[in-house]
Write a protein that binds this ligand. Structure first.
Ligand code: PBE
Length: 267
């Protein structure tokens, strides 16, 4: 069937992303779970390399199977579809969750109240990420703040002042998190906090919070993508808010490919 041809054409290879990503672990699980992926290679390198492979394949109208996720501009830029995942190797709908270290709420009541309110919808973030292809992400974040000051005012109005206290935010290095991290930093700064924003691998986000080396993050994809990190450290973490709902990870292919499910691939 169509699956045999495309599986051969892509040389039984999934184009993955960074080794430290939650989506990478989920893809390893998918390769173990599905008979259709028996003997497949899961190539990991970087998000940039994956996007280059995807763009090249689409330009040539060739098949390609990549590790994809939403929110990301890939779904705005190209016609892509997720392959159905009947075994649930990639989980379902995810919440990008705001986490704090234990004790943060007591020490930073104002920031905590603000973090409880901050959130965006997926379509807003995808639009901003597309903009960030041409404009530095810090600038995209600042422009969003400038154009949405009424919303920011709602978030910060009732919170106590920060009075110059320092907050360490950690994030993962993907665009979605760099964007929400940079917007959050600017919101907290408006209330008088000093905010540092540090990009680290997902495992380090959770360790830094659990050990009290960082204060908060807006980068936790739950329940699946970062679920094992969360389980390991949850006794020392506080769930503050679901800042973004309806996120997703999975295997993605161009619309023109004649397959619908991971089970349509062939070993
Ligand atoms: N992602 C984007 C990350 C989190 C944000 C889905 C590629 C991951 O850890 O898989």
């Amino acid at each position: 069937g169509g699956g045999t041809n495309v599986s051969e054409e892509v040389e039984h290879t999934i184009v993955g992303i960074e080794p430290g990503a939650g989506a990478t672990v989920a893809t390893e699980e998918a390769v173990e779970t599905y008979d259709s992926l028996n003997g497949w290679e899961h190539e990991t390198a970087s998000t940039a390399a994956m996007l280059t492979s995807l763009g090249d394949a689409i330009k040539a109208e060739e098949p390609v199977v990549v590790v994809g996720w939403s929110p990301h501009y890939m779904f705005a830029k190209w016609d892509l579809k997720y392959l159905e995942d009947p075994e649930g190797a990639y989980g379902g709908s995810e919440q990008i969750t705001t986490l704090a270290r234990t004790g943060f709420e007591e020490e930073y009541p104002g920031a905590y109240q603000i973090l409880e309110k901050i959130g965006w919808d997926i379509s807003t973030l995808e639009e901003l990420m597309l903009k960030a292809q041409e404009t530095p992400i810090e600038e995209v974040a600042q422009t969003w703040i400038d154009e949405n000051q009424d919303k920011v005012d709602e978030w910060i109005a009732e919170a106590p002042e920060g009075e110059g206290k320092s907050i360490e935010l950690v994030m993962t290095p993907w665009d979605s998190e760099r964007l929400t991290g940079n917007m959050t930093k600017r919101v907290l700064e408006q209330k008088g906090y000093e905010v540092t924003l540090t990009p680290v691998d997902p495992a380090i986000v959770f360790e830094a919070l659990a050990q009290g080396d960082a204060d908060a993050t807006l980068a936790a994809w739950l329940p699946k993508t970062h679920g094992s990190f969360y389980e390991e450290h949850k006794d020392n973490l506080v769930k503050v808010n679901e800042a973004i709902t309806g996120a997703k990870i999975g295997l993605a292919v161009p619309e023109y490919m004649d397959i619908e499910s991971i089970e349509d691939l062939e070993p």
